[in-house]
Design a protein around this ligand. Structure first.
Ligand code: NDP
Ligand code: X2W
Length: 345
């Protein structure tokens, strides 16, 4: 299949290149850039030397439509809102890694992203690409809104409980920590070495744009949901997200019941792995991979449930889940191009 990547010079784009290199169904990749036309990709990323020889092409919708069949948009907010529609009108399939097409209510998007939303028709056409929970819709979709990194870790962790309406939703607290690659490649004051080395910060308290995305998806499963508390932190590492989620059980439940619920729910989902009783995952255990690892317990004294989930933010939180969705859209095995072990240590 002929694939295009817009934004290949960013972290999400370069990780797509890493994974697609060993994807058996992808033979031909064209790279597009808004700022580095004519430059070889390995000049921007020397680690790709002798692996990718492509020269970055300008973002010209007509040319893209002649060159590729499916295009990944690994671009900052605002870009997909502009270019998804013209690309789709040319018959291309689009997998968007940004947040532009995830929020179905334009007013909510504009409120949290502080920018103009995409046209409603293109938002309505996009399918939210949480692979494990939306397979049937993804299989028929032409446009995918790939989930945000924090929402991926959060929704996979909460889904079994929320779908069965087993927790009081106004007690949910999502305490999330991310490595700095989540902020992209462009230098920023928040993430540069002196700011982050030997440091740990909470940021965007009560203002993070992933809050409405998490609420929107949880509401599809339990319409009792008012709001959740979601709090991200930056930690001094490059890749990885850990969410520690606390929620109160509606009715008395045992540890055994809880474990069986998660085991049964994800029994056929290769990329979601449940830790045995008393064990909790750490970010290194999924580093560089498409896995989401989950540990769960209940304090039978307080009936408070604690769920710990980890992902690699760039892979399951972006490029890997985007490829999982490409596989589903094409009827290929979900593991194509993604079947490798995490990098450890
Ligand atoms: N990093 C992560 O962990 C995750 C990222 N995401 C989302 O994926 C998207 C990409 O993220 P990431 O790769 O980290 O970001 P980066 O900042 O690393 O890269 C974004 C790329 O977009 C391109 N770009 C910038 N402005 C424009 C423009 N006006 N038109 C077209 N292309 C443009 C740039 O390439 P060039 O100058 O060559 O055009 C740049 O390299 C973002 O929306 C992000 O929020 C989602 C989940 C996780
Ligand atoms: C550490 C860090 O800065 N992380 C980013 C999350 C990146 C992301 O997933 O953003 P999109 O929803 O646009 O895809 C943030 O907090 O904004």
């Amino acid at each position: 299949m002929k694939i295009g990547i817009v934004g290949a010079t960013g972290y999400g784009g370069s990780d797509l290149l890493r994974l697609l290199h060993q994807h058996p169904k992808v033979s031909d990749i064209t790279l597009y850039s808004s700022s580095q036309e004519g430059v070889h990709i390995h000049e921007s990323y020397p680690h790709l030397t002798n692996i990718y020889e492509q020269v970055l092409q300008p973002i010209d919708i007509d040319k893209i439509s002649q060159q590729v069949e499916t295009v990944f948009l690994a671009t900052p907010p605002g870009v997909s809102a502009e270019i998804t529609e013209p690309l789709a009108n040319k018959g291309l399939k689009v997998i968007d890694l940004s947040g532009d097409l995830r929020i179905t209510d334009r007013g909510v998007y504009q409120n949290w992203y502080k920018r103009k939303a995409a046209n409603q028709s293109i938002i309505d056409e996009a399918v939210y690409g949480l692979s494990e929970w939306n397979r049937e819709k993804i299989a028929k979709a032409s446009i995918i809104a790939n989930p945000g990194c924090y929402p991926t870790a959060t929704l996979l962790a909460l889904a079994p409980l929320v779908k069965k309406r087993l927790i009081d939703l106004d007690t949910v607290i999502i305490d999330a920590k991310s490595g700095t690659s989540g902020a992209g490649r462009s230098p920023s004051e928040m993430t540069h070495y002196s700011e982050m080395n030997e440091n740990f910060k909470a940021y965007q308290i009560n203002q993070h744009k992933h809050t409405p995305e998490i609420e929107q998806e949880l509401r599809q499963w339990d319409d009792d949901l008012p709001y959740v508390t979601f709090q991200p932190h930056l930690v001094p590492m490059v890749r990885g997200i850990m969410t520690t989620i606390y929620a109160k059980a509606k009715e008395t439940m045992t540890e055994e019941f809880l474990r069986n619920l998660y085991k049964d729910t994800y029994a056929n989902d290769h990329f979601v792995r449940l830790r045995p009783n008393g064990m909790y995952p750490s970010t290194k255990e999924v580093f560089g991979s498409n896995y989401c690892d989950i540990g769960i317990t209940i304090d039978e004294r307080t009936q408070r449930i604690t769920i710990v989930s980890v992902i690699d933010n760039v892979v399951k939180g972006a490029s890997g889940q985007a490829i999982q969705n490409l596989n589903i859209m094409n009827g290929w095995s979900e593991q194509e191009g993604l079947a490798f072990t995490p990098v450890y240590p």
